[in-house]
Design a protein around this ligand. Sequence first.
Ligand SMILES: Cc1cc2nc3c(=O)[nH]c(=O)nc-3n(C[C@H](O)[C@H](O)[C@H](O)COP(=O)(O)OP(=O)(O)OC[C@H]3O[C@@H](n4cnc5c(N)ncnc54)[C@H](O)[C@@H]3O)c2cc1C
Ligand SMILES: *[C@@H]1O[C@H](CO)[C@@H](O)[C@H](O)[C@H]1NC(C)=O
Length: 479
Amino acid sequence: MASAIENGHATPSAAEAAKQRRQLHHHADVVIIGAGILGCALAVTLGKQGRSVLLLENSMKEPDRIVGELLQPGGVQALEKLGLADCLEDIDAIQVDGYYVSYFGKPVSFAYPKASPSSPPPQGRCFHHGRFVMKLRAAALACPNVTVVETKVTDLVTSSHTKQVLGVECMTKDKKDCYFGHQTVVADGYASKFRKQYHTNTPKVKSRFWGLELIDADMPKKYYGHVLLSDNSPILIYQIGTHETRILIDIPENLPSASVKNGGVKGHLHNVVLPSLPESIKPSFAAALEKGQLRSMPNSYLPSAANKTAGLIILGDALNMRHPLTGGGMTVAFNDVVVLRDLLSPEKVPSFADHDKVLSQLSSFHWQRKKASSVINILAQALYALFAANDENLRALQRGCFRYFELGMTAGPVGLLGGLVQKPAVLFWHFFSVAFLSLWLVIANSPIYKLPVALFQCITVFWTACVVIFPYMLIEAFC
Ligand SMILES: Cc1cc2nc3c(=O)[nH]c(=O)nc-3n(C[C@H](O)[C@H](O)[C@H](O)COP(=O)(O)OP(=O)(O)OC[C@H]3O[C@@H](n4cnc5c(N)ncnc54)[C@H](O)[C@@H]3O)c2cc1C
Ligand SMILES: *[C@@H]1O[C@H](CO)[C@@H](O)[C@H](O)[C@H]1NC(C)=O
């Protein structure tokens, strides 16, 4: 034990012994599957609390993906709480001050609301996902209580009598291998291979985002996230680097204008999306379309479920997903780590081997995380329903929503969107304010002799509003 003797100790320190257990015996307090957004943040957080952590990642190469490129200010604040805010430095990140929403070419923009008149304006950040993940991984690699291993996890190892999860089987460069921990965290992302047997819900996908990278795009409003609304599904645009701008185009399943007969997705982008874009974006969009490199991802909704299996913790996209329209996924992930840091602290849970204690803390986690996650989840799903309006009633609500913004009612909604306001009641209030404004617009825009028709439409619009929001409210509040 040369190093221990140099340190003046007769025996290796506890941390040094734990490190040897990780390296020689492949055993730790916690084994985390996936060094993505959630896995890295959790590894660093638990490591700092003195836990011995094994972080297993399929590929340590810089990810190249079209996801997780806008971190809402609420997520930036959670990252600060975790002491990881410096991961946003030196990645050519671009500040985000608010949102710019255009409705059939008519714009409104709104800044993230300040907590108080004297506090600084909240800021989000846009970046290349891969660069941010590499910074988070570097933070994990720098943590002495965390050992990062490049390996592909192939299976969970469970006890045959108790069903308890004991660790994982994996392949390291074509060689079979195993890692064991008192707790195994599944953080393997949206297509999680390991949640299937344990999660009571399955993801639902109604549309995909198709992404292109624009070069030197001329944005209508610098430092603002852009949402473009029209008869088509919503489009997002945000600058992710000095020269690069991401555009994400939502395409619902079985969209006629994206059918094979109409030239597929490329045909839709060319014939429908290009003409609808702001003039200043058209040249860079046309160039990117010409260049090709179209990529897509499914937009999923997955309600969370309580973890009830001893030795297992499912987190991140493996646990809970919402439509990425509002860019909330990473904010939810970092907020979850903040909640877990407190619930699983060594003061509350001295040993991760105490499965009953951990399970009872995870039950608290399931309810406590809702404060932050349910607002983001419901808002994403409800806004998507309105913004992708495909019937008259939803279009009436979409009109009402935009009018609501035009009337200056923006601080509340953008505070919810930014992850700054964690109050479901506030969301509820704004949603029904939009619904009633929509009803008023239906009446106000109808000629007097058609009033009975308008009044009947009011009923169906109101009913539609309830159908949009109540199922999500109920799932998020009680399940
Ligand atoms: C189109 C789209 C756009 C999005 N845009 C945003 C946005 O702007 N802002 C935002 O906050 N969120 C956004 N999201 C959501 C966000 O990307 C996710 O919420 C976030 O990445 C989830 O983090 P995670 O750690 O759970 O999963 P990931 O970040 O996907 O990490 C999973 C990790 O596990 C590894 N892994 C998987 N299987 C194995 C295995 N068998 N063995 C070892 N390792 C494995 C993977 O390699 C990966 O590194 C978007 C999502 C989509 C679909
Ligand atoms: C690592 O864990 C030990 C306990 O094993 C703890 O005392 C130490 O503070 C941790 N180190 C860091 C850098 O977090």
